[in-house]
Ligand binder design. Structure first.
Ligand SMILES: O=C(O)CCC(=O)C(=O)O
Length: 375
């Protein structure tokens, strides 16, 4: 008998959410994809066996005036709700190629730098520039400060390998270890936006960075569009989002960077004082499986694909639902992002001179950018 295999008792004790996480994260067997909701597949959606309902946006997805491109593929895109998970809303493939490129650049170059915090801050003296920018700036073009070191290195404040759950205070200054931006970029997992979240105290008590105004405008335009969608056609017994989007503003957010083997364990985002406003979440790069359950881990979660360009909103009851990402799929990044030539042939080519670097990153990563109203 395999000493590490869970016994029958242990299996029974595993919550429904944990069982799904294990099912979809295992790599020793081919995945059973049959129960995953696929918003690209009309057959799954029409069958209604999965409890998916099409809902109607009653407001347009309007590109914020500050953005010099169309952000949405259309103003009234199909949106979906899950009957068993009231308040969860998905607008698949909503962001234009251009908006996705813009968002990738925003998340990699503008968001992941001070004063926003990253998972690496407790361990490294982080530079002013983002790791992505530094990693892809030819040394001859790096600012004078950086020219003295070749290759540029970033110094660790703690022994590498001693990553603790207490991420707020460096435990020791005894060790220094130099790392290059290129190597550290591979370890970038998240950065926090606006009110800085403290994973140790589970509070927003690490100060506030300005929330990027264009990113806020994009999030707000989504909040406006998803206000009171029409569910009448499906007789859904609830309002999928009763929050008036005019009152939305992004006060905090997280950008998550996933490699193809990164997962995010099930959790609830419940630090915000107000849970009335939707949590708005955008995906770019590789596809993933997203699980959404209920108020405890005992609710069996629904599994769905999230793909590049999808908008997901957790509104109403689902704002307090367990959710997580047990699986990211390699080789699923759309060509308009992954190809080094992406952006070269379209009208906006001039905005993407170095797209090859973004393309190689996105070909192997998923980026999730989410925003919340906290009070
Ligand atoms: O990556 C995702 O889609 C989910 C992210 C998430 O759950 C979080 O940041 O709290």
């Amino acid at each position: 008998m395999d000493a590490h295999a869970p016994g029958k008792h242990q299996q029974q004790q595993q919550t429904a959410f944990r069982q799904s996480e294990k099912l979809y994260s295992r790599r020793d067997k081919p995945l059973d994809l049959r129960n995953i909701i696929d918003f690209n597949d009309p057959d799954t959606l029409c069958a209604r066996v999965a409890g998916v309902s099409r809902i109607q946006l009653t407001h347009d997805l309007e590109t914020p005036p500050s953005l010099p491109f169309e952000a949405y593929r259309a103003k009234r895109l199909p949106a979906y709700a899950l009957e068993a998970h009231p308040g969860l809303m998905i607008i698949p493939d909503a962001l234009t190629d251009e908006a996705q490129r813009w968002l990738a650049r925003k998340c990699l170059c503008d968001c992941a730098r001070p004063p926003n915090r990253t998972n690496l801050d407790p361990f490294f003296e982080m530079p002013e520039e983002s790791l992505f920018t530094l990693a892809h700036t030819p040394s001859s073009q790096r600012v004078a400060e950086n020219l003295s070191e070749a290759p540029r290195t970033i110094h660790s404040r703690v022994e590498s390998g001693s990553v603790q759950t207490d991420v707020t205070v460096p435990r020791s200054k005894a060790y220094t270890q130099a790392e290059t931006p290129e190597r550290l970029l591979g370890h970038l997992r998240w950065c926090t936006l606006g009110q800085q979240y403290n994973w140790t105290t589970k509070n927003y008590d690490l100060g506030t960075s300005p929330f990027d105004p264009d990113l806020n405008a994009l999030m707000k335009s989504i909040a406006l569009a998803i206000t009171h969608p029409s569910t009448a056609a499906n007789n859904l017994p609830y309002d999928a989002n009763a929050f008036d989007g005019r009152l939305f503003c992004s006060q905090a957010g997280i950008v998550n960077y996933y490699g193809s083997r990164t997962t995010m364990a099930g959790h609830v985002d419940k630090t915000e004082e107000t849970m009335d406003a939707p949590l708005i979440s955008l995906s770019i790069g590789l596809s993933c499986i997203y699980l959404v359950g209920g108020p405890t881990r005992d609710t069996s979660p629904a599994a769905m694909y999230l793909r590049s360009g999808d908008i997901l909103a957790m509104c109403g009851e689902s704002r307090l639902a367990f959710h997580g990402v047990p699986r990211v799929f390699s080789d699923t990044c759309p060509l308009y992002l992954a190809s080094p030539k992406a952006g070269v042939d379209d009208a906006e080519a001039a905005n993407y001179p170095d797209w090859c670097h973004f393309g190689s990153y996105l070909a192997n990563h998923r980026i999730n950018c989410n925003a919340r109203k906290c009070s």
